[in-house]
Design a protein around this ligand. Sequence first.
Ligand SMILES: NC(=O)C1=CN([C@@H]2O[C@H](COP(=O)(O)OP(=O)(O)OC[C@H]3O[C@@H](n4cnc5c(N)ncnc54)[C@H](O)[C@@H]3O)[C@@H](O)[C@H]2O)C=CC1
Ligand SMILES: O=C(O)[C@H]1O[C@H](OP(=O)(O)OP(=O)(O)OC[C@H]2O[C@@H](n3ccc(=O)[nH]c3=O)[C@H](O)[C@@H]2O)[C@H](O)[C@@H](O)[C@@H]1O
Length: 462
Amino acid sequence: MDITVIGTGYVGLVSGTCFAEMGHDVTCVDVDEEKVAQLSDGEIPIYEPDLDRYFERARAEDRLRFTTDLAEGIAGSKIVFFALPTPPGEDGSADLSYVLDAAGDVADLLVEADDPEHRIVVNKSTVPVGTGDRVEEAFADRGLDIGGEVDVVSNPEFLREGSAVDDFLKPDRVVIGTESDRAAETMKRLYEPFVRQGNPVLVVDRRSAEMIKYAANSLLATRISFMNEIANVCERVGANVDKVRLGISKDHRIGPHFLYAGIGFGGSCFPKDVQALARKGREKGYDFQILDAVLDVNDQQRRRLAEQVEDYFDGDLDGRRIAVWGLSFKPGTDDTREAPSHVIIDYLLERGADVVGYDPEAIETTKETFGDQIAYADGMYEAVEGAESLLICTEWHEFRRPDLGAVREHLENPLVLDGRNLYDPARMAEMGFEYHSIGRPSYAPETNQEAIEAAIVENGQP
Ligand SMILES: NC(=O)C1=CN([C@@H]2O[C@H](COP(=O)(O)OP(=O)(O)OC[C@H]3O[C@@H](n4cnc5c(N)ncnc54)[C@H](O)[C@@H]3O)[C@@H](O)[C@H]2O)C=CC1
Ligand SMILES: O=C(O)[C@H]1O[C@H](OP(=O)(O)OP(=O)(O)OC[C@H]2O[C@@H](n3ccc(=O)[nH]c3=O)[C@H](O)[C@@H]2O)[C@H](O)[C@@H](O)[C@@H]1O
């Protein structure tokens, strides 16, 4: 089948590549000329594990092409996907201009082409309920026959960055929102190879499909904020949130996922989608109180490490060198949109700290935000050299088992604030660190130099 994907970001590029992997002819359209030139040259502009393998194969077999020309992109295409940005507008509601403008442009081209072929226009962007109706209007207003020439379908995407390819190839479920049997059949055929293990393809009405996406993201974000509050109470009552998590996760009604306390959720989606759903509720006269709290808790949690380090130094961060490990909003991606690390860095810079950041993949994307306002280290140990504190913001694998003996020696002051609960607090204290994590007890650091050295020599790791 000939498929067009408009927008080649995290969702568009992964979707296009995976459809090509399943044997379809895919053309990806983007307005960003530099990106299209890069992709046409075989270069992937984002870091996403496994994407290169499928991308290279699809290109070698000429099933994946890139263009900035929308007319060329949609010519002969049976299905046109929108994978366009829907960023938050001033008031928190989703900015639909990218999607609606593209719908108008595609509709104009279809009118011009005057081709009787039936097309399916599929919205993969996360959009508020009712957006599908507005997209449909763009086609109907130009005289196109809805149901005859064009069907507008909602097909929300649930992939996670860092495991996007795997999530796309093996989705828990596929949601198709349409009232058209013909469109539903084509969409089911398209997704058949992705659900061989029996995961469901759910066909629902378009509005429900749009709502499913917001409900899923908002519930996941709620779990995270809830666990962060549990962690904050654990600290005050002397309980350990990691043990609490294990204890509740064994209840099959709760399950083990999305219960990790930390420094709040980031990324391009949870913050914006929770906000957009709360906003939509208000617009319809409904005050979605839980979601307001989810966002408030998250704002507070994302500032936490910065406030802690400020308290430690009695409010004086001026000129202090602070190391930050982990700049992306989660491991496995170079994406720094809404990353907790960036909220923390902003806070530290405002108070005059000298920040040095390290991340295995997200240095370049961080430079786009902070430029030379902070220093960038080539390695994790270089980052801590001479620093008065280490803040851990992302749980990349390489941070899980570092040589803590080396960290201890490099740090000028042994303060480690761990936003991802990577190490054993008791062992860290034994190694002479002043170590604080999220929702777990802290121990006074061992001050006996001999004991510290013995602990370091013993294993170098907690
Ligand atoms: N990033 C993620 O993990 C997920 C994102 N989503 C949703 O998917 C949508 C896209 O998200 P991302 O891929 O992260 O966005 P992105 O910002 O990474 O990519 C969007 C792309 O669209 C291009 N673009 C903008 N206007 C265009 C136009 N008129 N014609 C062609 N291309 C145009 C941009 O140049 C960019 O390459 C959003 O609604 C998001 O909420 C859904 C699931 C997962
Ligand atoms: O709509 C989207 O864009 C996507 O948003 C999330 O995916 P993503 O943001 O890529 O990554 P997640 O793994 O969900 O992590 C989001 C944030 O929550 C944090 N998190 C996650 C899980 C957890 O237990 N605790 C926690 O703090 C992560 O550190 C990260 O900052 C959803 O998981 C996807 O299903 C959805 O498609």
